[in-house]
Design a protein around this ligand. Sequence first.
Ligand code: CTP
Length: 407
Amino acid sequence: MPTLAQQHILLGISGGIAAYKAAELTRLMIKAGAEVRVCMTEGATHFVTPLTFQALSGNPVHTTLLDPEAEAGMGHIELARWADQIVIAPASANCIARLAHGFADDLLTTLCLASKAPLHIAPAMNQQMWANAATQANIATLKSRHIKLLGPASGAQACGDIGFGRMLEPEQIMQLLQADTSALPLNGVKVILTAGPTREAIDPVRFISNRSSGKMGYALAEAAQALGAKVTLISGPVALQAPPDVTLIKVESAEQMLNATLAHMPEQNIFIATAAVADYTPQEVVDKKIKKSATELSLPLKRTQDILATVTDRYPELFSVGFAAETHDLMTYARGKLERKNLQMVAANSVAGGKVFDQETNALEVVWRDGQHSFPEMPKRELAQQLMQLIAARYHSFKDIRSCVLN
Ligand code: CTP
């Protein structure tokens, strides 16, 4: 199920008594695994101190637009780009009016204008202010721009009135955010992966295979799904359970893996080849068990077809990621593979001394045409989550560049 884990959430807090509830909301977001940065309006700082949110989020709180010190750290444009989603809770009547009219007269409204991230607002105000035609017109404007409304709820208000205008409880806001997949970076994106080893039959009881456990591929499938992707996993024989809701296609040989991959390829957006596909397969499969007789036996082998290269050749518009396992000259070979197989990204790991196979941890060097990134050694599941975030980010910039070129 998609979650808020690893999501960059910019939490905007505007001035209102419900600002105190934003402290609990911050705590719940952090607990759900999100990274939270808080931006408070001047009014909000009169209700709760920025220090509270700094302590809860573990990050400095952003309050003013023209603060040279803050701009030297994470400037407002960087902050706007950093956000995967923006949540304003509470959103006062004034804040809603300024958003509806596109103002950029404080940091929060400027960030909202400067960011492409989906925006959620949790209104909180007196029931008469909520019912006022001006507020309702502003809300209609925001809705027409696909800004998501979280509440408000009805009930007793701090001012003594009863009616609509109360901010939703933090738990309710979290439920709505977690149920909404539209903000996830791979929402609506189709990801297909190959994983595990292949088995090349020699006779009915013997085969050639390798030590791949499939752990990285399965962890990446899970990570892609958590980011909102629709995932198809073409897997060789492994002792792992596929994440629920992933379309799992089990195969044995390199040829079956190629055929299954091609059969599921049309309409995919991202292809990640993590499988350790056999490079060679017996020229012939003997249909009866080979009996031991001669003192020596040689087995003629032939090359298998490269699945990754075949796919990139047929689907050059696909965002394709390859893996490379090298004992030496990691980066040189990784860059070579990038060019040779026409890939958008290569993730390379060192297998010097036979490490990596069936291990719980791994480290990766990732390269693309004009950049690279190193992931230090960490558990494979965590590494997969971080790599998937990077793949999602690179995929979106690849798509943006392609659409600029095509337009
Ligand atoms: N791959 C594939 N089909 C094959 C062989 C490899 O899809 N028949 C994919 C793997 O899943 C991986 C990448 O290609 O993503 C690895 O490329 P490859 O050139 O096979 O790398 P190595 O096995 O490291 O090969 P070599 O050391 O021989 O260059």
